[in-house]
Design a protein around this ligand. Structure first.
Ligand code: TYM
Length: 391
């Protein structure tokens, strides 16, 4: 049986990299309704378990100390929930422009359940330290700090011995998120692939050591139509990933940016000095990134007639159409597609901001239904380890 799980850190509003790599896939999946699981005649009884769970991972965000004056985790969690819903994710309890509430989909906040932390400990006790030290995100951080201190040009980063243990445990908590629901599919961007390999490895090791099949291996699901969408690049430096932590706001598009902001950021995007348009991600990363953004938006804007006719936009097909266009014309076309795609998202963000109670209620219901699944998993995991049954 298929079960989808994915998570996102509460960084306030999502950026367009989050949207391209993850949220647009969540939105697409969440449009699927399992009619057999929710027969209308039983609509007042207890609901079947949801097959799609989307989680705002506030425990993960605690691995990075909060800057003084920054929004609270609560504010950032609410804003992220608004951003996810406005992106078209049809969660239980939410009737949005993309369609009515889908009882098969829940949105919730990680720390509202104890089970994620609890399963993390069980997995931690089965995780060799070496596996965590080999994770590239940890290794890069550790090495950059060691280098900085030995060269005494410590870039304000401090002693690597002060790196928080939570940061090292990050991938185990992430594995616990996925495994608590025995998820089979995890829709994410490219940067999460290694983390999910670890989750598969931990599932395998747990099953082997307990000789029970408690956890199925979760599969990584990347965006398919525009490969560049799995790793959208900074508009200022197209060799780096678009990210929330880049100090330059112009390096990223936010899903609630006004059309003027979107157009300004695209107009200033770094490209190259070559004439014409081609899709060559290695040689022309700036142009390729713009084509990926445009392909993603154009595909989302397809009409029913387009879909019936099998219309698909790819960065390659757009590059062919725009082969002889100047960069200004390309940017105009990208900005047009982007503004058309994001207009309803922008509008929905404003509507949801005015209704914080609705957002809290969606998260509450989501946590309740998620907990029912995670509890069952904990019973099995504890039994597999031979622990004393609890009441
Ligand atoms: P996070 O919060 O950094 O990002 C959320 C999602 O957005 C994707 N993403 C991108 N995709 C394309 N281009 C980009 N520039 C870009 N930047 C971010 C990420 O790949 C991700 O899918 N560790 C995770 C959160 C997490 C999780 C989980 C994910 C915690 N537990 C369990 C899946 C399953 C993270 O920090 O994502």
């Amino acid at each position: 049986e298929r079960r989808v799980f994915s998570g996102i850190q509460p960084t306030g509003m999502p950026h367009f990299g989050n949207f391209a790599g993850a949220l647009s896939n969540w939105a697409r999946l969440s449009a699927e309704y399992r009619h057999e699981a929710y027969p209308p005649q039983q609509s007042d009884g207890p609901l079947a378990h949801p097959s799609q769970l989307y989680c705002i991972v506030d425990l993960h965000s605690l691995t990075v100390p909060r800057r003084p004056g920054a929004p609270t985790p609560a504010e950032q969690t609410r804003d992220m929930a608004i951003g996810i819903l406005a992106s078209g994710v049809r969660a239980h309890g939410y009737d949005g422009p993309a369609g009515p509430s889908n009882p098969d989909v829940v949105l919730f906040c990680q720390s509202h359940l104890h089970e994620h932390s609890e399963l993390t400990w069980l997995l931690t006790c089965q995780t060799p330290m070496g596996m965590l030290r080999r994770m590239t995100q940890w290794k890069d951080k550790w090495q950059s700090m060691n280098k900085a201190t030995t060269e005494t040009e410590n870039l304000g980063q401090g002693d690597p011995e002060n790196l928080l243990a939570g940061l090292m445990m990050y991938p185990v908590l992430m594995a616990a998120d996925v495994l608590a629901y025995r998820a089979t599919e995890v829709p994410v961007g490219d940067d999460q692939r290694q983390h999910l390999e670890l989750a598969r490895e931990l599932a395998r090791m747990f099953n082997n050591s307990t000789k029970r099949t408690v956890f199925p291996p979760p599969r990584t699901v990347l965006p398919d139509l525009a490969p560049g969408a799995a790793r959208l690049m900074s508009l200022r430096d197209p060799t780096r990933k678009m990210s929330k932590s880049d100090p330059a706001a112009g390096s990223r598009l936010m899903i609630d940016d006004s059309p003027e902001d979107l157009r300004r950021k695209i107009a200033r995007a770094v490209t190259d000095s070559e004439m014409g348009v081609t899709y060559e991600p290695d040689r022309r990363p700036g142009i390729a990134n713009l084509l990926s953004i445009m392909a993603l938006c154009q595909n989302d804007l397809r009409t029913a007639a387009d879909l019936a006719a099998g219309v698909v936009h790819t960065p390659e097909s757009l590059a062919r159409d725009l082969a002889h266009a100047g960069h200004a014309v390309l940017k105009q076309a990208v900005a047009d597609a982007l503004c058309a795609r994001m207009a309803p998202v922008h509008e929905e963000v404003s509507r949801l901001r005015a209704d914080p109670d609705l957002v809290d209620e969606i998260l509450r219901m989501g946590a309740e239904r998620a907990r029912a699944i995670a509890r069952e998993t904990m019973v099995d995991a504890r039994a597999a380890l031979g622990m004393l049954e609890r009441w």
